[in-house]
Design a protein around this ligand. Sequence first.
Ligand code: CP3
Length: 360
Amino acid sequence: MYMDKDKDEAKRQKTMTKPLIRALKRESVDTGSRPFWFMRQAGRYMADYRKVRADAGTFLDLVYDSEKAAEVTLQPVRAFQPSAAILFADILIVPHALGQDVSFVKGEGPKLAPVRDRKALAALAMDGFDRIAGPVCETVRKVAARLPEDTALIGFAGAPWTVASYMIEGGGSKTFAQAKTAVFADSEFYGALEEMLVEATVHYLSAQVEAGAGAVQLFDTWASMLDEKSFHTHVIEPARAITEKLKDRHPDIPVIGFPKGAGPLYEDYARETGVDCVGLDSLVPLDWAVEKLSPHAVLQGNLDPVRLLGPEEDMLNVADMILRKTAGIPHIFNLGHGILPETDLGRVRVLADHIRGWRP
Ligand code: CP3
């Protein structure tokens, strides 16, 4: 018992030395440099990633090979020293671990065997979850053991609406007509699917925390596809439930919510979900976010990833504007969405060095 307590205290102390975790807990604002990491910082824009990826077989083979997945998680840490690593995995691990057929077709993105009714849903279950998702937790353990002291490890999962949209559509979609129809009909089917996803996501994120993740991010990439009413019931409410249940098990774990494209509904999201931090897409006006969202949550974001493709000076000017507007409030520098595959690693380094050297 006492040993466990000492161990918890040791773990807490270690965690508190990490600037990203301190920012998420609002414990450091204007001393030292701004914590930063970039969404999709591990990926195809890195030659080192492409090499490991080419040897791995399919994308899922790479995710489930904990040694290779740990290696690609660490590549950006070595390349430009962000304040955090993000676990190398995917939001579609949850449906896969629930028993849905998931594959990644080169050049076409993810393909899933669509789940559109109670019968298809009944074939999914938590039974095999740990066996399938186990290697992902092994990746977390390996990365946590290998990271520099001051670098945090962020675990993640997709939020129920975004994950459900892939499960129902059977892949990406332009209109999300099938998934939205299920939501709008307020069907028994969608409710049951959402309930299963909330439970699986809490289980999965808890396992990542127990394996060594110091914070978690919930990606709701397609939050902007719903209307106001459905946003409240199927974006905010499940994010609130997941955050509450996760914090019941792990009271200290900071949660970042990313309801991409939420617009003015970011305010309700920040106020009502209980997340510690909101990830901002590039369109969110920062002055507004500082005024309306910052009282409720730490801010993260929101440089447009396409700025990394244009003139370096423009990129740095926009980065400076973001740093200035968020000076003096808790803020983690990030992009408004993931790094694009055509991005030059040299450019990412320039941005990283600039943020690290910036002072108010
Ligand atoms: O560095 C990181 O951000 C960590 C790993 C990560 C991946 N996917 C790896 C990945 C994370 C956090 C994700 C999240 C994810 N996956 C989201 C939410 C965030 C976002 O980008 O909006 C979504 C919607 C997915 C689903 C997904 N995975 C799609 C649509 C695709 C195909 C499109 C593409 O970019 O290829 C993937 C595949 C995927 N996930 C890749 C990577 C590095 C590329 C696969 C490859 O290397 O061949």
